[in-house]
Design a binder for this molecule. Sequence first.
Ligand code: NAD
Length: 260
Amino acid sequence: MNMTGKNCIVTGAASGIGRAIAEKYVSDGANVCIADLKLEAAQRVAEELTAMGPGRAMAVEMDVTDEDAVNAGVARTVETLGGVDVLVSNAGIQIVHRIEDFPYAEWKKLLAIHLDGAFLTTKACLPHMYKQGSGTVIYMGSVHSKEASPLKSAYVTAKHGLLGLARTLAKEGGPKGVRSHVICPGFVKTPLVEKQIPEQAKDLGISEDEVVSRVMLGQTVDTEFTTVEDIANLAWVFAAFPTNALTGQSLVASHGWYMN
Ligand code: NAD
Protein backbone atom coordinates (compact mmCIF):
# COMPACT_ATOMS: atom_id res chain seq x y z
CA MET A 1 0.00 0.00 0.00
CA ASN A 2 1.25 3.50 -0.78
CA MET A 3 0.06 7.00 -1.61
CA THR A 4 2.28 7.66 -4.61
CA GLY A 5 0.54 9.98 -7.06
CA LYS A 6 -2.70 10.23 -5.07
CA ASN A 7 -4.26 13.71 -5.05
CA CYS A 8 -5.57 14.75 -1.65
CA ILE A 9 -7.37 17.62 0.05
CA VAL A 10 -6.89 18.04 3.80
CA THR A 11 -9.01 20.76 5.44
CA GLY A 12 -7.66 22.56 8.48
CA ALA A 13 -4.17 21.44 7.47
CA ALA A 14 -2.41 24.69 8.37
CA SER A 15 -2.10 23.39 11.95
CA GLY A 16 -2.13 20.40 14.28
CA ILE A 17 -3.52 17.05 13.15
CA GLY A 18 -4.33 18.16 9.59
CA ARG A 19 -0.78 19.37 9.04
CA ALA A 20 0.65 16.07 10.26
CA ILE A 21 -1.64 14.12 7.92
CA ALA A 22 -0.61 16.30 4.96
CA GLU A 23 3.06 15.76 5.86
CA LYS A 24 2.60 11.98 6.06
CA TYR A 25 0.86 11.90 2.68
CA VAL A 26 3.48 14.09 0.95
CA SER A 27 6.28 12.01 2.49
CA ASP A 28 4.72 8.96 0.80
CA GLY A 29 4.53 10.60 -2.63
CA ALA A 30 1.04 12.12 -2.58
CA ASN A 31 0.08 15.61 -3.76
CA VAL A 32 -1.86 17.53 -1.10
CA CYS A 33 -3.99 20.66 -1.04
CA ILE A 34 -3.70 22.43 2.32
CA ALA A 35 -7.19 23.96 2.64
CA ASP A 36 -7.58 26.32 5.58
CA LEU A 37 -9.17 29.54 6.75
CA LYS A 38 -5.67 30.87 7.35
CA LEU A 39 -4.13 31.34 3.91
CA GLU A 40 -0.67 32.50 4.97
CA ALA A 41 -0.23 29.62 7.39
CA ALA A 42 -1.50 27.20 4.72
CA GLN A 43 0.99 28.60 2.20
CA ARG A 44 3.86 28.21 4.68
CA VAL A 45 2.92 24.57 5.28
CA ALA A 46 2.59 23.93 1.54
CA GLU A 47 6.06 25.38 0.92
CA GLU A 48 7.62 23.34 3.74
CA LEU A 49 6.03 20.09 2.57
CA THR A 50 6.91 20.63 -1.09
CA ALA A 51 10.53 21.29 -0.07
CA MET A 52 10.47 18.02 1.87
CA GLY A 53 8.87 15.94 -0.95
CA PRO A 54 8.72 13.56 -2.68
CA GLY A 55 5.07 14.64 -3.25
CA ARG A 56 4.06 18.28 -3.47
CA ALA A 57 1.62 20.56 -1.71
CA MET A 58 -0.48 23.58 -2.64
CA ALA A 59 -2.57 25.93 -0.50
CA VAL A 60 -6.08 27.28 -0.86
CA GLU A 61 -7.97 29.66 1.39
CA MET A 62 -11.17 27.87 2.35
CA ASP A 63 -13.83 28.48 4.97
CA VAL A 64 -15.44 25.04 5.03
CA THR A 65 -18.82 26.57 5.96
CA ASP A 66 -18.89 28.68 2.78
CA GLU A 67 -20.29 26.65 -0.11
CA ASP A 68 -18.82 28.90 -2.81
CA ALA A 69 -15.37 28.87 -1.18
CA VAL A 70 -15.47 25.07 -0.85
CA ASN A 71 -16.53 24.56 -4.47
CA ALA A 72 -13.89 27.01 -5.71
CA GLY A 73 -11.16 25.40 -3.58
CA VAL A 74 -12.00 21.89 -4.76
CA ALA A 75 -12.18 23.06 -8.39
CA ARG A 76 -8.76 24.74 -8.10
CA THR A 77 -7.28 21.61 -6.53
CA VAL A 78 -8.60 19.39 -9.32
CA GLU A 79 -7.33 21.84 -11.93
CA THR A 80 -3.87 22.08 -10.34
CA LEU A 81 -3.28 18.50 -9.22
CA GLY A 82 -5.37 16.72 -11.85
CA GLY A 83 -8.06 15.17 -9.63
CA VAL A 84 -9.02 14.30 -6.08
CA ASP A 85 -8.58 10.79 -4.68
CA VAL A 86 -8.67 11.49 -0.93
CA LEU A 87 -10.58 14.06 1.12
CA VAL A 88 -9.71 14.47 4.80
CA SER A 89 -12.42 16.60 6.39
CA ASN A 90 -10.49 17.71 9.44
CA ALA A 91 -11.09 21.43 10.09
CA GLY A 92 -12.58 21.92 13.50
CA ILE A 93 -12.85 24.07 16.59
CA GLN A 94 -13.82 23.53 20.21
CA ILE A 95 -16.16 25.67 22.32
CA VAL A 96 -16.96 24.66 25.89
CA HIS A 97 -19.95 25.78 28.02
CA ARG A 98 -22.60 24.09 30.09
CA ILE A 99 -25.72 23.52 27.99
CA GLU A 100 -27.75 26.11 29.86
CA ASP A 101 -25.04 28.72 29.21
CA PHE A 102 -24.23 27.78 25.59
CA PRO A 103 -24.79 30.82 23.37
CA TYR A 104 -26.93 29.71 20.42
CA ALA A 105 -24.64 31.51 17.96
CA GLU A 106 -21.63 29.53 19.25
CA TRP A 107 -23.58 26.25 19.06
CA LYS A 108 -24.44 26.98 15.42
CA LYS A 109 -20.86 28.05 14.60
CA LEU A 110 -19.38 24.82 15.93
CA LEU A 111 -21.95 22.60 14.20
CA ALA A 112 -21.44 24.50 10.94
CA ILE A 113 -17.65 23.99 10.90
CA HIS A 114 -17.79 20.29 11.81
CA LEU A 115 -20.97 19.14 10.07
CA ASP A 116 -21.70 21.62 7.28
CA GLY A 117 -17.98 21.62 6.49
CA ALA A 118 -17.90 17.82 6.22
CA PHE A 119 -21.03 17.81 4.07
CA LEU A 120 -19.97 20.62 1.73
CA THR A 121 -16.44 19.33 1.12
CA THR A 122 -17.78 15.80 0.54
CA LYS A 123 -20.44 17.07 -1.85
CA ALA A 124 -17.86 19.04 -3.83
CA CYS A 125 -15.42 16.10 -4.13
CA LEU A 126 -17.88 13.29 -4.89
CA PRO A 127 -18.58 14.11 -8.56
CA HIS A 128 -14.84 13.85 -9.26
CA MET A 129 -14.51 10.60 -7.30
CA TYR A 130 -17.60 9.05 -8.89
CA LYS A 131 -16.36 10.02 -12.37
CA GLN A 132 -13.06 8.19 -11.84
CA GLY A 133 -14.74 5.31 -9.94
CA SER A 134 -12.61 5.63 -6.80
CA GLY A 135 -12.00 7.77 -3.74
CA THR A 136 -11.72 7.86 0.03
CA VAL A 137 -13.26 10.35 2.44
CA ILE A 138 -11.91 10.48 5.98
CA TYR A 139 -13.74 12.47 8.65
CA MET A 140 -11.92 13.66 11.76
CA GLY A 141 -14.17 12.44 14.55
CA SER A 142 -13.10 12.07 18.15
CA VAL A 143 -13.54 9.83 21.16
CA HIS A 144 -16.44 12.29 21.46
CA SER A 145 -18.00 10.52 18.44
CA LYS A 146 -18.63 7.68 20.93
CA GLU A 147 -18.51 9.23 24.41
CA ALA A 148 -19.77 12.38 26.05
CA SER A 149 -18.07 14.85 28.38
CA PRO A 150 -19.57 17.73 30.31
CA LEU A 151 -19.30 21.19 28.72
CA LYS A 152 -18.95 19.78 25.19
CA SER A 153 -22.56 19.40 24.02
CA ALA A 154 -22.02 20.99 20.61
CA TYR A 155 -18.76 19.13 19.93
CA VAL A 156 -20.13 15.75 21.08
CA THR A 157 -23.26 16.27 18.97
CA ALA A 158 -21.21 17.20 15.89
CA LYS A 159 -18.71 14.36 16.30
CA HIS A 160 -21.50 11.79 16.74
CA GLY A 161 -23.13 13.24 13.60
CA LEU A 162 -20.05 12.51 11.50
CA LEU A 163 -20.54 8.77 12.07
CA GLY A 164 -23.93 9.05 10.36
CA LEU A 165 -22.53 10.92 7.39
CA ALA A 166 -19.62 8.47 6.99
CA ARG A 167 -21.87 5.41 7.17
CA THR A 168 -24.33 6.85 4.67
CA LEU A 169 -21.50 7.72 2.29
CA ALA A 170 -20.08 4.20 2.66
CA LYS A 171 -23.43 2.81 1.44
CA GLU A 172 -24.00 5.35 -1.35
CA GLY A 173 -20.37 5.40 -2.49
CA GLY A 174 -19.50 1.71 -2.20
CA PRO A 175 -20.93 0.65 -5.57
CA LYS A 176 -18.98 3.53 -7.14
CA GLY A 177 -15.65 2.69 -5.50
CA VAL A 178 -15.81 5.45 -2.88
CA ARG A 179 -15.06 4.60 0.75
CA SER A 180 -15.46 6.57 3.97
CA HIS A 181 -14.11 6.38 7.50
CA VAL A 182 -14.02 8.28 10.78
CA ILE A 183 -10.84 8.63 12.83
CA CYS A 184 -11.58 9.13 16.53
CA PRO A 185 -8.59 10.54 18.44
CA GLY A 186 -8.31 10.94 22.17
CA PHE A 187 -6.63 14.12 23.41
CA VAL A 188 -3.84 15.33 21.11
CA LYS A 189 -1.77 18.31 22.23
CA THR A 190 -2.51 20.83 19.47
CA PRO A 191 -3.53 24.51 19.69
CA LEU A 192 -7.16 23.34 19.92
CA VAL A 193 -6.42 21.42 23.13
CA GLU A 194 -3.94 23.93 24.60
CA LYS A 195 -6.77 26.49 24.48
CA GLN A 196 -9.16 24.23 26.39
CA ILE A 197 -6.89 23.65 29.39
CA PRO A 198 -7.31 27.08 31.07
CA GLU A 199 -10.95 27.31 29.92
CA GLN A 200 -11.87 23.98 31.53
CA ALA A 201 -9.88 24.79 34.68
CA LYS A 202 -11.99 27.92 35.05
CA ASP A 203 -15.31 26.24 34.23
CA LEU A 204 -14.68 23.23 36.50
CA GLY A 205 -12.95 25.17 39.29
CA ILE A 206 -9.79 22.98 39.25
CA SER A 207 -6.11 23.55 38.37
CA GLU A 208 -4.75 23.26 34.83
CA ASP A 209 -2.63 20.26 35.91
CA GLU A 210 -5.79 18.54 37.14
CA VAL A 211 -7.54 19.24 33.82
CA VAL A 212 -4.72 17.37 32.05
CA SER A 213 -4.20 14.50 34.49
CA ARG A 214 -7.84 13.93 35.50
CA VAL A 215 -10.19 15.29 32.84
CA MET A 216 -8.14 14.72 29.69
CA LEU A 217 -5.94 11.72 30.46
CA GLY A 218 -7.51 10.25 33.61
CA GLN A 219 -9.15 7.39 31.75
CA THR A 220 -6.22 6.45 29.52
CA VAL A 221 -4.19 3.32 30.30
CA ASP A 222 -0.92 5.28 30.65
CA THR A 223 -1.79 8.99 31.17
CA GLU A 224 -0.34 9.84 27.77
CA PHE A 225 -1.52 12.13 25.01
CA THR A 226 -2.18 10.65 21.57
CA THR A 227 0.16 12.35 19.07
CA VAL A 228 -0.39 13.98 15.70
CA GLU A 229 1.87 11.28 14.22
CA ASP A 230 -0.39 8.53 15.63
CA ILE A 231 -3.37 10.08 13.85
CA ALA A 232 -1.42 10.71 10.64
CA ASN A 233 -0.47 7.03 10.55
CA LEU A 234 -4.13 6.00 10.81
CA ALA A 235 -5.10 8.50 8.12
CA TRP A 236 -2.42 6.91 5.93
CA VAL A 237 -3.84 3.39 6.43
CA PHE A 238 -7.38 4.48 5.55
CA ALA A 239 -6.23 6.48 2.51
CA ALA A 240 -3.82 3.86 1.16
CA PHE A 241 -6.03 0.80 1.75
CA PRO A 242 -6.84 -0.54 -1.70
CA THR A 243 -10.31 -2.14 -1.50
CA ASN A 244 -13.86 -1.68 -0.26
CA ALA A 245 -13.22 -4.35 2.39
CA LEU A 246 -12.41 -1.40 4.65
CA THR A 247 -15.25 1.13 4.53
CA GLY A 248 -17.76 2.70 6.89
CA GLN A 249 -15.40 2.28 9.85
CA SER A 250 -14.63 4.44 12.86
CA LEU A 251 -11.36 3.79 14.60
CA VAL A 252 -10.45 5.12 18.05
CA ALA A 253 -6.85 6.03 18.96
CA SER A 254 -6.94 7.21 22.55
CA HIS A 255 -4.47 5.26 24.75
CA GLY A 256 -7.37 3.09 25.86
CA TRP A 257 -9.59 5.93 27.08
CA TYR A 258 -12.37 4.47 24.94
CA MET A 259 -12.37 0.79 23.94
CA ASN A 260 -14.82 -0.92 21.61
P1 NAD B 1 -5.96 22.97 15.38
O1 NAD B 1 -6.63 24.12 16.04
O2 NAD B 1 -4.50 22.75 15.58
O3 NAD B 1 -6.22 23.00 13.80
C1 NAD B 1 -7.50 23.28 13.27
C2 NAD B 1 -7.33 23.93 11.91
O4 NAD B 1 -8.65 24.12 11.37
C3 NAD B 1 -6.67 25.33 11.98
O5 NAD B 1 -5.63 25.43 11.04
C4 NAD B 1 -7.82 26.28 11.65
O6 NAD B 1 -7.40 27.46 10.96
C5 NAD B 1 -8.69 25.40 10.76
N1 NAD B 1 -10.08 25.86 10.69
C6 NAD B 1 -10.88 26.25 11.71
N2 NAD B 1 -12.07 26.64 11.23
C7 NAD B 1 -12.02 26.48 9.89
C8 NAD B 1 -12.95 26.72 8.83
N3 NAD B 1 -14.17 27.23 9.07
N4 NAD B 1 -12.57 26.43 7.57
C9 NAD B 1 -11.33 25.93 7.31
N5 NAD B 1 -10.40 25.71 8.27
C10 NAD B 1 -10.76 25.98 9.53
O7 NAD B 1 -6.81 21.70 15.85
P2 NAD B 1 -6.53 20.11 15.81
O8 NAD B 1 -6.44 19.66 17.21
O9 NAD B 1 -5.48 19.77 14.84
O10 NAD B 1 -7.96 19.62 15.28
C11 NAD B 1 -8.17 19.09 14.00
C12 NAD B 1 -9.40 18.18 14.05
O11 NAD B 1 -9.14 17.11 14.95
C13 NAD B 1 -10.67 18.85 14.53
O12 NAD B 1 -11.77 18.39 13.78
C14 NAD B 1 -10.79 18.38 15.96
O13 NAD B 1 -12.11 18.38 16.42
C15 NAD B 1 -10.23 16.98 15.84
N6 NAD B 1 -9.80 16.38 17.08
C16 NAD B 1 -8.80 16.95 17.81
C17 NAD B 1 -8.40 16.35 19.00
C18 NAD B 1 -7.33 16.94 19.84
O14 NAD B 1 -7.19 16.49 20.99
N7 NAD B 1 -6.55 17.89 19.37
C19 NAD B 1 -9.02 15.17 19.44
C20 NAD B 1 -10.02 14.61 18.66
C21 NAD B 1 -10.39 15.22 17.48
